[in-house]
Design a binder for this molecule. Structure first.
Ligand SMILES: C[S@@+](CC[C@H](N)C(=O)[O-])C[C@H]1O[C@@H](n2cnc3c(N)ncnc32)[C@H](O)[C@@H]1O
Length: 275
């Protein structure tokens, strides 16, 4: 395992590998995996994530502190790969007209459950981030906290869709696993500190079942790839953040641990603006 956010929950029959995985297969695997694992994911990480919080990654940097989206009151905001919509819900409490999109029925069911628990309803749509069901230029801000992009084979299509639905000057802010983590085993202890794989190998991380079907996939892009993809899609880079592990008592999340987080970055956050 190299850069996996969540893989490895259901033991893959043939184990993890690096192999090419196309757009359709990625979509199918991600939808099935997140439908199957949503309950475990929310049970494991729900306390850290919310119910009403926009947190950018396992280091615990949240939007309350970071303010990366700019002024949100009265703005139309879209959360992409929203999971249970904790981020969009936090924004609605701050006066944003926030809506959410996710591929997974089960993740969206958790979002509906949080609507009831919190009394703050996030309008949520089931859709692929590569085919957003919204008209052109209807959002002022789009964001994703580890949502959709890591699981999508075709980054250009996703960024193109975000560019299409964003008004000129609008922000597209996203966080992903820091690409440097892909060169090391995804382990929280000292074994996760050795470079065992080429940072430059873009072959996706995949888990495969007994009949060779991909059950989980993540796509690796280098820092340069991310910037290239964003600029090509019509975005200007405003800021790059690599949050350090804080001194506070932040829990280990899979391979994200205090030991590793104090030595190498775990999350990459890109703040961009539609030209
Ligand atoms: C790591 S979770 C992040 C969710 C939320 N931001 C959080 O922090 O819990 C990734 C989410 O991306 C969604 N996702 C994966 N592929 C997607 C796609 N092609 N389009 C939309 N959502 C997708 C998954 O269903 C999942 O809810």
């Amino acid at each position: 395992v190299t850069g996996s956010i969540e893989g490895g929950a259901a033991q893959p029959a043939q184990g993890p590998s690096r192999q090419p995985v196309g757009a359709e297969e990625s979509r199918r695997a991600s939808r099935a995996w997140w439908d199957q694992e949503a309950a475990r994911y929310q049970a494991e990480h729900g306390a850290f994530l919310g119910p009403v919080r926009l947190v950018w990654g396992p280091e615990g940097l949240d939007e309350e502190t970071a303010g990366l989206l700019g002024e949100v009151r009265g703005r139309a905001v879209l959360e992409v790969g929203s999971g249970a919509g904790q981020g969009a819900r936090w924004l609605r409490r701050r006066g944003a007209l926030a809506v959410a999109v996710d591929l997974s029925t089960a993740q969206l069911a958790h979002s509906v459950a949080l609507d009831a628990v919190t009394g703050t309803v996030v309008p949520a749509v089931q859709a692929d981030a590569c085919a957003l069901p919204f008209r052109d230029r209807c959002f002022d801000v789009v964001f994703a906290a580890y949502g959709a992009l890591p699981f999508v084979a075709d980054a250009a299509t996703l960024h193109g869709e975000v560019a299409r639905v964003l008004a000129a000057g609008g922000r597209w802010v996203l966080s992903v696993t820091h690409p440097v983590r892909w060169a090391m085993p995804d382990a929280p202890g000292p074994e996760g500190l050795t470079v065992t794989h080429s940072y430059f190998d873009r072959t996706p991380y995949a888990e495969v079942d007994a009949v060779g079907q991909v059950t989980y996939v993540e796509h690796h892009r280098t820092v340069g790839d991310h910037i290239h993809d964003l600029v090509r899609a019509g975005f200007r880079l405003l800021e790059v953040l690599e949050p350090p592990w804080p001194d506070d008592d932040v829990p280990t999340w899979g391979g994200w641990s205090p030991l590793r987080g104090r030595l190498v970055p775990g999350t990459l956050i890109l703040v961009t603006q539609r030209v």
